[in-house]
Write a protein that binds this ligand. Structure first.
Ligand code: NAD
Length: 478
């Protein structure tokens, strides 16, 4: 499929094209236009026009209806979206069919529904009462859209994570300029086509393609015409964007990297804990921000857990590739580093050989490591591949100390059958999300985000609508 920019309701392909490669077999599958600064300027100007025009004046019913038309439009082209996501990412088809595309549809439907629970532009009121001037006043608070929102998204769940921001930003009445990852431009282009068909006022949704540093991403996040930035990606990129945004004091919502811990207590249902950790470490070949890379297991069950997890990792067959040759090389460099740092490789540890066309692709083996000190880089740094390190602990306090000794704090899992322990431990794990006896069970209304280097702010349900709008207090002397 041909990647195009979408600016002010017009598809265009300005800028030199760069090649797109299939992660599944390394074949070149297309070219992507690299947006020059002028295209970004045009997109921001078109978004501003939309904010000042009919889209900015639209009401909740109109916007909710637009969200539903977009959801229906994706549904009507479900197969094309699946094909595009599979082509760009190399992931198993079933994953795109059951996760990526349904969740994108769900993102638009969820915010259409939420809008009806939220009176337009005025959802907090205060009765007449005390005021510092001594007189009586009526205060009420309206929520106003921020204006032009820049959305920068990553390659790991391209459509899902992009729509996770686009839906609430549009629902709250903003106009958006989206820059998807340069590795995964296709579903964003399809979404632009759907939105074009859905009849949103031109400029409400704009799309520019290109790279980050020194390119479209940087032009957009440093643009004086952008009122807010919603970004998902690496923590180091978050720092760069924050520096770039600082000149204009642009507010940010950041969903960043992780080094997520699992805490497995000896009283856990071991089958469930092993199953859950196989899923949490190896789903999408570990390329989900919520994936587990550090597993802490209470000593009495440590050996059995490691043995079972290793066996399950070796059995995995139908797994997808890393997104790019560069990312494959990065993950393999951590596999080498782990050995240099003294790890025992329980499973995997290299690149697989399938004996078919996949050998041209960017696969790495699901890998289980043990034996590293907590100071090892392999244990501290985000690898973002199908790999976890398993270490023993002896007490609840030690488990918490190990889990919390990380610069990151996105998500964690706790495996125990002791109800009191679960409630005691969960709030003490320094992550924004704690799953007890499960992983990645998601209710889209709940707060989603990380602490420490894993992010700023929360998204999901009302939390997203709050970020994408500004409370404005109106005070009337009575
Ligand atoms: P990345 O930071 O390399 O790129 C993300 C996006 O930022 C891309 O669109 C890229 O072009 C753009 N970008 C890069 N440098 C930029 C700059 N200087 N200015 C503006 N834009 C720039 O991340 P990635 O490799 O695409 O994704 C993987 C990372 O994302 C991992 O760290 C993962 O943990 C994280 N992630 C976090 C969440 C979450 O919800 N917390 C979800 C998914 C992925």
């Amino acid at each position: 499929m041909k990647a195009e920019h979408y600016v002010g309701g017009v598809f265009r392909s300005d800028g030199p094209a760069f090649p797109l490669f299939s992660p599944a077999d390394g074949a070149e599958i297309g070219g992507v236009p690299e947006a020059p600064r002028e295209v970004v300027d045009d997109a921001v100007a078109a978004a501003r026009e939309a904010v000042r025009g009919p889209w900015g004046a639209s009401g909740v019913e109109e916007r909710a209806a637009a969200m539903r038309r977009i959801a229906d439009g994706i549904q009507a082209r479900f197969g094309e979206f699946v094909d595009a996501e599979v082509a760009d990412t190399g992931r198993p088809r079933a994953f795109a069919e059951t996760v990526d595309v349904p969740r994108a549809i769900g993102n638009f439907r969820a915010y259409a529904d939420l809008l009806y629970g939220r009176p337009e532009r005025a959802y907090t009121t205060q009765v007449p009462g005390w005021s510092t001037g001594g007189g009586q006043a009526l205060n009420y608070t309206v929520r106003r859209p921020l204006g032009v929102v820049a959305i920068i998204s990553p390659w790991n769940l391209p459509l899902l994570l992009m729509t996770w921001k686009v839906a609430p930003a549009l629902a709250a009445g903003n106009a958006v300029v989206v820059k998807p990852s340069e590795e995964t431009p296709s579903t964003a282009t399809l979404l632009a086509q759907v939105i074009d068909q859905a009849g949103l006022p031109s400029g409400a949704f704009n799309l520019v393609h290109g790279h980050g540093p020194g390119a479209a991403g940087e032009f957009l996040t440093g643009h004086p015409g952008v009122d807010a930035i919603a970004f998902t990606g690496e923590s180091a990129t978050g720092s760069a964007i924050m520096r770039n945004a600082a000149d204009h004091i642009t507010p940010v919502s950041f969903e960043l990297g992780g080094k997520n811990p699992a805490l497995v207590f000896a009283d856990a249902d071991l089958d469930a804990a092993v199953d859950g950790t196989v899923r949490s470490s190896f789903t999408h070949s570990g390329q989900i921000c919520l994936c587990t890379e550090r597993v802490y297991v209470e000593r009495p069950i440590f050996d059995e857990f490691v043995e079972r997890l290793g066996a399950r990792a070796r059995e995995l067959a139908d797994y997808g590739p890393m997104i790019s040759a560069a990312h494959r090389d990065k993950v393999l460099s951590y596999y080498r580093l782990a050995r240099e740092e003294g790890a025992t490789v329980v499973a995997g540890g290299g690149a697989p050989s399938f004996g078919d066309e996949r050998d041209g692709g960017f696969h790495v083996e699901p890998t289980v490591l043990t034996g590293l000190p907590e100071t090892a880089r392999t244990v501290r740094e985000e690898i973002f591949g199908p790999v976890c390190h398993v270490a023993p602990f002896d007490t609840e306090d030690e488990a918490l100390r190990l889990a919390n000794d990380s610069p990151y704090g996105l998500a964690s899992t706790v495996w125990t059958r002791d109800l009191s322990r679960a409630h005691r431990v969960a709030p003490r794990v320094e992550t924004g999300i704690v799953w007890v006896n499960c992983w990645n069970l998601r209710d889209l209304r709940t707060p989603f985000g990380g602490v420490k280097a894993s992010g700023i702010g929360r998204e999901g349900g009302e939390y997203s609508l709050d970020f994408f709008s500004e409370p404005v207090n109106v005070c009337i002397q009575i």
